[in-house]
Ligand binder design. Structure first.
Ligand code: ZN
Length: 297
């Protein structure tokens, strides 16, 4: 459901000479009118997109440099099981909305040290609703979009605080009946719903599967009317089933008080109460953003 895409450069400036380049670039860039800057970036992107594929990252995470073997650690859990990373890693193989080929290449390395650049500078381009992401009210209510209810306006207090991870009955969508049966206590403001989507590993399946489970319209309405929940998290790319896609989203978006986090990685996390921490990017004007979410015991 992406309607806006973002392009921005991920700068990895670790050395002092890189900072010099950066400040020089900043000076050049600040002299350019904004439109020219945009065109410059777009041109650079288009020109490099087809020619320079992102160098492959070794799957065993080992790089040999002379005698020394450098081995980065990739983790799902930190601090002896106290911190769970519940965001999916961005790879070309994660599913993308309505697309059978997955996210595809989203990262390029137009300037690389191997090709003589003083620093490695990646660029990325992807729909804002890719992987683990957040929806702002402007996603499906156009007057909110026009008024500027973008991801930069989302309340960080809602996105951070005590949260309940619950298991939803595996044979059902999240209907009003199911919501009632979950008996979520009054006062609980953040709930992450783990469903059949996790068991089916849909976020690890490149081909988009429209048979995922999610909220029905009456389930969403029940939540809005009968609970204190302001943060709704789910384990696939949409909180709402395919059949109730727009109507269920509208139930959540209308008040502009509820924040939806989609595509969460909830496997291997015990059910229970945690502190959730989710931080979207401050993308002015965007109705969605990649988001990093963690749970702390
Ligand atoms: Zn979304």
């Amino acid at each position: 459901m992406a309607s806006v895409t973002v392009t921005y450069m991920v700068k990895m400036l670790t050395k002092s000479h890189s900072h010099m380049i950066h400040s020089k670039m900043t000076k050049i860039v600040t002299r350019l009118p904004l439109l020219h800057l945009f065109l410059l970036l777009s041109t650079t992107f288009t020109a490099t997109a087809s020619s320079s594929a992102y160098p492959s990252v070794p799957t065993d995470c080992t790089v040999s440099t002379g005698d020394e073997k450098l081995v980065p650690v990739r983790r799902e859990v930190y601090d002896d099981g106290r911190i769970f990373d519940i965001s999916h890693r961005y790879t070309p193989d994660i599913p993308s909305w309505g697309n059978n080929d997955g996210l595809g290449q989203f990262l390029w390395l137009p300037a690389s040290m191997k090709n003589g650049s003083l620093a490695n500078n990646s660029e990325m381009k992807m729909p804002t609703h890719s992987g683990t992401h957040v929806d702002a009210p402007g996603h499906m209510i156009d007057r909110y979009f026009d008024a500027g209810f973008d991801v930069d306006t989302l309340d960080l207090e809602v996105l951070n605080g005590p949260a309940l991870l619950v298991d939803v009955p595996r044979d059902k969508n999240i209907t009003a009946e199911v919501m009632e049966s979950l008996k979520i206590p009054e006062g609980v403001r953040r709930v992450l719903f783990r469903t059949l989507n996790t068991d089916r590993r849909l976020m690890y399946t490149r081909e988009y599967d429209s048979s995922y489970v999610g909220f029905t319209t009456d389930g969403a309405r029940w939540l809005v009317k009968n609970t204190d929940i302001k943060l709704v998290g789910i384990d696939f790319l949409s909180v709402a089933t395919s059949d109730h896609l727009v109507s269920a989203h509208l139930e959540f978006f209308e008040s502009r008080e509820i924040i939806l986090v989609e595509g969460l990685k909830l496997d291997d996390v015990p059910v229970g109460l945690y502190s959730v921490h989710c931080l979207p990017l401050r993308l002015l004007g965007a109705e969605g953003s990649p988001i990093r979410c963690i749970l702390i015991k």
